[in-house]
Design a protein around this ligand. Structure first.
Ligand code: TYD
Ligand code: MG
Length: 460
């Protein structure tokens, strides 16, 4: 068999070239050729189109779906409840999980804790560390109070050695910390390059599917917030988890953005303590800052991503700007902010044209659901007017371009959670108004943005 050789493959059309070229010779796209390993033998990289396929391969049997028995996937809970929640119940045999997040947010900490728990549960584990030495990991384990752990450790970055070790030690779960430091000898490009990350992840995924060993890949996030390396990594794996949260605050969220074995958008909540990450089982009130008196520019909303409602404070600061005023948002969508400002101007007569507008979701949480719209608008107008919203005030609801306020999914649950935490006044979309009153909560149901503004002015 001829030796595998390096070729360059176009990420757009799959065309190949023996050399790196700026422009793909097949489809003409620029900067799309990346290094990959060609399987030996000529003609393996492109499908020929013969007249019929019968000469190339035998037809395979097919079965009606009804005749196939559905099989539940075998899961092993990690006994870290908040992690199991985002994984959809636990680690799946042969499943590949990618876990991303900023440096220092707690990826290695969480995985070491999870591996220790799995090892205790009787699953053989292997923790491959490419970023830290064995001694550093041991130091962390001491901090976590698990220094007696039986988790097996391998400080290695070369893919072939890692795969050989996995073969020899037969673990049930392998952690690769991180995929960016892993490299294969078969490629000449540097570790961390797109080609290396892609090839290594592909090999590890193949190994997982072939052997039933679960693989957890740690991925770094770029400044822009995407997983460094190709997006193709997200397509390759079964589950993608992202760590969110402000490294300065104690709380961390782990969010499932893709899960072939569970619900997406499920959230696990942790607190970083002196002894590692601890699950927060009742997280609804952690993203509220504690004001002794209500302050202008702050509005609390109830967000419901995943299965649990959470109260999050939205803050806004509107201040006179220069000739080109700035719009900045942290934890909320910037384009959506621009849209909301336009709706405010057009439908409620509130102009911020010559003002800088900053909005922030407290605690480093990211809110992607449009139900935040009403709270964003109300915090902006509150800051502009210099008037605080009343004590115990919450709002949620999506706002449309025509100035209408649209319902948020599962409004009752949100309102009940707010009432439970002692909130007493709510402005919500009309369709979310409950049929029966909720004890302790005065509800103002609105259909339009103007109406919401009038309600708030009436509360002054
Ligand atoms: P780490 O897991 O190394 O982050 P990542 O792998 O995502 O880069 O987390 C490191 C941070 O967590 C570091 O700033 C110290 C802090 N930490 C604690 O506060 N308590 C602990 O018990 C541990 C192990 C780390
Ligand atoms: Mg780390």
């Amino acid at each position: 068999m001829a030796k595998d050789k390096t070729i360059f493959t176009c990420t757009e059309c799959g065309g190949t070239s023996p050399r790196w070229l700026g422009k793909c010779p097949a489809c003409g796209a620029w900067n799309t050729l990346i290094e990959s390993v060609a399987e030996a033998g000529p003609g393996k990289n492109r499908l020929s189109a013969p007249q019929g396929y019968a000469g190339l391969a035998h037809a395979q049997p097919v079965m009606p779906l009804a005749a196939i028995e559905a099989q539940d996937v075998a899961r092993t809970p990690s006994s870290i409840d908040e992690l199991d929640r985002v994984l959809g119940g636990g680690i799946v045999e042969g499943g590949v999980v990618l876990i991303g997040g900023d440096p220092g947010i707690g990826k290695s900490t969480l995985l070491l804790q999870a591996m220790d728990a799995l090892q205790r549960a009787g699953l053989p584990t292997l923790y491959v560390t490419g970023e830290e030495s064995g001694a550093q990991v041991a130091l962390r384990s001491r901090r976590l109070g698990i220094e007696g752990s039986q988790v097996r450790l391998l400080a290695e970055i070369q893919l072939e050695k890692i795969l050989a070790t996995v073969e020899a030690t037969q673990p049930a779960v392998v952690v690769i910390d991180s995929i960016q430091t892993t490299y294969s000898d078969q490629l000449t490009s540097a570790p961390g390059s797109v080609a290396q990350v892609r090839e290594c992840a592909a090999h590890l995924t193949r190994m997982a599917k072939g052997t039933g060993i679960a693989v957890i890949l740690v991925g770094h996030v770029t400044k822009e917030g995407a997983l460094a390396g190709p997006r193709v990594l997200e397509h390759m794996v079964d589950t993608v988890l992202y760590f969110e949260g402000d490294t300065h605050s104690q709380f961390r969220l782990v969010r499932a953005i893709k899960n072939r074995f569970g619900a997406v958008n499920e959230i696990g909540v942790f607190a970083m303590t002196e002894k590692g990450l601890k699950g927060v089982s009742n997280p609804s009130a952690i993203f509220l800052s504690q004001h002794s008196e209500p302050v202008p520019g702050s509005c609390v909303m109830v967000t419901l991503e995943g299965t649990r409602p959470m109260l999050v404070e939205i803050q806004a600061l509107v201040d006179s700007g220069g000739p080109s005023p700035r719009r900045l948002s942290v934890g909320l969508d910037k384009d959506r902010l621009a849209m909301l400002l336009a709706v405010l101007h057009r439908h409620a007569g509130v102009a911020c044209m010559d003002q800088d507008v900053f909005v922030n979701a407290v605690g480093g949480v990211r809110i992607s659901e449009p139900a935040a719209d009403l709270a964003v608008m109300l915090s902006i107008t509150s800051s502009l007017r210099g008037k605080a919203l009343p004590r115990g005030f919450i709002a949620f609801g999506e706002v449309g371009l025509a100035g209408e306020v649209r319902p948020a999914p599962r409004g009752q649950e949100r309102l009940k959670e707010a009432a439970k935490l002692g909130f007493s006044v709510a402005v919500v979309p009309k369709a979310n108004a409950p049929k029966k009153p909720i004890e302790g909560l005065t509800i103002h149901a609105v259909e339009r943005v103007e109406e919401a503004m009038n309600v708030v002015r009436g509360l002054d």
